[in-house]
Design a protein around this ligand. Structure first.
Ligand SMILES: Nc1ncnc2c1ncn2[C@@H]1O[C@H](COP(=O)(O)OP(=O)(O)O)[C@@H](O)[C@H]1O
Ligand code: SF4
Ligand SMILES: [Mg+2]
Length: 342
């Protein structure tokens, strides 16, 4: 990928939660790049640090969580239609509630969360909420804001947007609420859309519709998508590249094709063996049962390779002692496992 296509660079990010019971190393030294127009899947079992990674990029890590190490850089294109020079913004250096970060959040980088009600206010119509976001970021008047809200609702496949722009969230189905949230996220033409398990709360048919919508929007608008899911079937449908996370670390990074044809990490292999058939609705816990053991307690990450208590290929005396190295086995295909040490 050409360097000028780099959109977000995440370098050695560590985000910890400091609780009375101990420290949760939710994200523990994560590195990756997001390229313009790329669809990057982030996959792993519940609790492995996917959402906290997303929240670290957006600088909305809740207390008592804190980014304790690393750098996140946004490469922003300036000028009309982003045709001008690239400006580097170190997201980790700026005030998370300051003007720059607020203008980036929701504008350059937008979030579609799992539960649409988390980003919709129950006491305002969806039209007003979307128009508000547009007015805030694009400095247009109410009239234009409303017209643009109808436009993006239409883009997000919202039926009869002109008539239904004045609905309140509780008057809509889960699928329509999620379309409204996607419309709101798209309203400022973000260069990165972070979708954090956006279909987990939906039924299978609605899930398929939302996935289709996101794919068509991505090809139409050319934005990058960071697509977070616990479901490898969704990754296969949605993404070009993928990061597999386990206990706060990326354990494998590759293209989706290589992931399905030649998965390297024993954890990825176990995940693939437990893959649900496409379209079948499952919950994370159900799929978990086919991987031996359970995710360890986040306060006491096992020594050596954090996956060793569950790994069928572990080497005694090695895997329970040394942190495995991060290795590039094929160009662009990286894995954190001793089995691939040259
Ligand atoms: N607000 C919080 N307070 C304390 N711990 C948290 C908080 N949010 C997340 N964590 C912990 O951080 C780890 C990663 O969580 P998360 O990123 O939400 O996982 P997931 O991969 O399911 O999105 C988990 O162990 C979780 O318990
Ligand atoms: S480092 Fe060892 S325990 Fe960890 S995944 Fe590789 S073989 Fe399994
Ligand atoms: Mg999550």
């Amino acid at each position: 990928m050409k360097q000028d296509q780099l959109l977000v660079e995440v370098k050695d990010i560590k985000t910890y939660f400091f609780l009375d019971e101990g420290t949760v190393r939710a994200v523990d030294g994560v590195d990756f790049n997001i390229w313009r127009g790329q669809t990057l899947g982030v996959v792993g079992e519940s609790g492995c640090g996917k959402s906290v990674t997303a929240r670290s990029i957006l600088r909305i890590v809740p207390k008592p969580g804190r980014i304790v190490n690393g750098e996140i850089t946004l490469f922003r294109k300036c000028g009309e239609n982003g045709s001008g020079q690239t400006e580097e913004v170190k997201l980790t250096d700026i005030n998370p509630t300051g003007r720059t970060m607020c203008s980036i959040r929701g504008c350059e980088i937008a979030l579609v969360p799992q539960e649409p009600m988390a980003s919709l206010s129950p006491v305002h119509t969806i039209g007003n909420q979307i128009a508000e976001a547009i007015m805030l970021h694009q400095r247009v008047d109410k009239h234009v804001g409303r017209a643009k809200a109808i436009e993006v609702l239409d883009l997000a496949g919202f039926p009869q947007p002109k008539e239904r722009v004045d609905c309140y969230p509780h008057q809509l189905s889960g699928g329509l609420r999620q379309r409204a949230v996607i419309a709101m996220a798209l309203s400022c033409h973000p260069s990165l859309l972070i979708a954090d398990e956006p279909t987990t709360a939906l039924d299978v048919t609605t899930e398929a519709q939302i996935l289709r919508l996101m794919r068509s929007l991505q090809s139409e608008l050319g934005m990058a998508i960071m697509y977070i899911t616990h479901n490898l079937g969704v990754v296969a449908q949605m993404c070009e590249d993928v990061l597999v996370m386990y206990m706060g670390k990326v354990v494998e990074e590759t293209t989706v094709d290589a992931l399905f044809h030649s998965p390297l990490h024993p954890y990825t292999q176990a995940l693939l063996r437990s893959i649900p058939r496409l379209g079948q609705k499952t919950r994370g816990r159900q799929r978990l049962e086919s991987i031996r053991g359970t995710v360890p307690d986040p306060y006491s990450i096992p020594k050596g390779c954090p996956f060793h208590p569950r790994c069928t290929q572990r080497i005694r005396g090695v895997c329970d002692q040394e942190a495995p190295p991060w290795l590039e086995v094929e160009p662009g295909h990286k894995v954190r496992c001793v089995l691939y040490k040259p």
